[in-house]
Design a protein around this ligand. Structure first.
Ligand SMILES: N=CN[C@@H](CCC(=O)O)C(=O)O
Ligand SMILES: [Zn+2]
Length: 405
């Protein structure tokens, strides 16, 4: 429930995960307007500091608002049939090659108008907010015509206006080859570069440009052309890469200064080093790995050794990750990929923000934006340890309380 927010809000005795690590002491936190004004050990909280503050309660765990840096939550239709087909033995790639998978969502998304897409996506986004998200990236990629890609991006922008959340939009025109270009993939890339990117940039609808670099999608050379066009329009870039095979898309993306390479199950040492040198974030997507029953995990130890920041996201989409719960991903990142709870939480706060080029977000620090969550927990690790809805006590977005139980 949204409430009128006074200027100064005070929490006492909270355990703080600051976006990178848990603070060792019990803290007091004061929010003033849209910023965190004070973040201090409890003993330093005196009557003068507390004066005039609204008491927001005592105890619990405070984290930055969760940053889900990779989602596809605007789409038409559903893919339960494909889920069944996979359980009967078909692979994700086979389904894609026979025109199902992403292309079946493309057909349903083209059919739907903006209002229908908005109405379908709204509860998905609401579920993420109820689980602590304050920033959610949303990709296009199920339209694959100029008009339908822009339609998806407009819906994403509308979602950000309708709910107390920061929506970051990404143009993913190079997600799959649409049927009408079946024999002319380079001509489709021409369309992405010469029409889609300029139109999205002109209307201010895209905050970044993404590609799917994979044998069932686009080659490294084709993705590189998309990146050149994006950069010519001043848009940051990112890539779905090394999900099902090792094509070298992550290294190419890194050479172009990509914000992130996402999935990266098949990333090799050269790719890790290219990402390290470029400062690209590796976005780990355990939901797709889990749903597709993949067997090759991302090279977590190599990424850790190289100091490549690892983000964690839902990849919420109708096919490979129909999972709309950010905190579930914290658990899966730990259980499937052996991230520590602290690494997983950093992946959905500080590093998730970095993967979007929003370095100021995802941190609890004096002067940082007041996007934060208070959880009914004793320790931050519990967020990754158990999968349990309803633990969110308070959610503050841009200094305003948007959830308070
Ligand atoms: N890998 C490509 N794209 C999406 C899947 C989208 C879909 O299957 O609809 C992903 O991130 O997993
Ligand atoms: Zn994706």
């Amino acid at each position: 429930m949204t409430q009128a927010t006074p200027t100064r809000l005070l929490w006492r005795d909270v355990t703080v995960f600051d976006g990178l690590a848990t603070r060792p002491e019990s803290m007091a936190v004061i929010v003033e307007g849209e910023r965190i004004a004070r973040l201090i050990p409890m003993p330093q909280l005196d009557a003068e500091l507390a004066h005039g503050c609204r008491d927001m309660g005592r105890g619990g765990v405070m984290t930055p608002g969760l940053v889900d840096c990779h989602t596809h939550i605007v789409f038409g239709g559903g893919r339960a049939g494909e889920f069944e087909a996979r359980l009967e033995g078909a692979s994700y790639e086979e389904i894609a090659r026979r025109g199902g998978g992403i292309l079946s969502t493309v057909a349903a998304t083209r059919e739907a108008d903006e209002d229908a897409l908005f109405a379908a996506a709204l509860p998905r986004l609401e579920a993420m907010l109820a689980d602590g998200a304050t920033t959610v990236e949303i990709k296009s990629g199920y339209g694959l015509t100029v008009a339908d890609e822009l339609k998806m991006l407009r819906v994403a922008r509308r979602l950000g206006e309708a709910l107390p959340v920061r929506v970051v939009t990404t143009l993913l025109g190079a997600h799959a080859l649409p049927p009408e270009y079946r024999d002319a993939p380079d001509a489709y890339i021409d369309l992405v570069c010469e029409a889609m990117i300029p139109a999205a940039a002109a209307e201010g609808l895209a905050d970044a440009v993404d590609v799917f670099c994979e044998t069932i999608a686009f080659s490294v050379a084709q993705c590189e052309r998309v990146f050149q066009a994006a950069k010519a329009h001043g848009l940051p870039i990112k890539a779905h890469a090394e999900q099902l095979s090792n094509l070298g898309g992550s290294a190419m993306a890194a050479r172009h200064g990509a914000l992130s390479a996402d999935h990266v199950e098949y990333l090799d040492e050269a790719g890790v080093q290219a990402m390290r040198e470029a400062g690209s974030v590796a976005v780990i997507l355990p939901g797709a790995y889990h749903t597709l029953h993949e067997t090759q995990a991302p090279p977590i130890a190599a990424l850790r050794r190289a100091g490549v920041p690892m983000a964690v996201a839902t990849d919420a989409n109708p096919g490979s990750s129909p999972l709309f719960m950010p905190t579930l991903m914290l658990n899966l990142a730990c259980t499937l990929f052996r991230l520590t709870p602290s690494e997983a939480l950093a992946g959905m706060t500080a590093h998730g923000a970095a993967a979007l080029g929003l370095g100021e977000l995802g941190r609890l620090a004096e002067g940082a934006p007041a996007d934060l969550c208070v959880w009914n927990l004793d320790a931050p690790a519990e967020l990754a340890y158990a999968v349990q809805p309803g633990r969110l006590r308070q959610r503050v977005f841009q200094g305003a309380i948007s959830h308070d139980i």
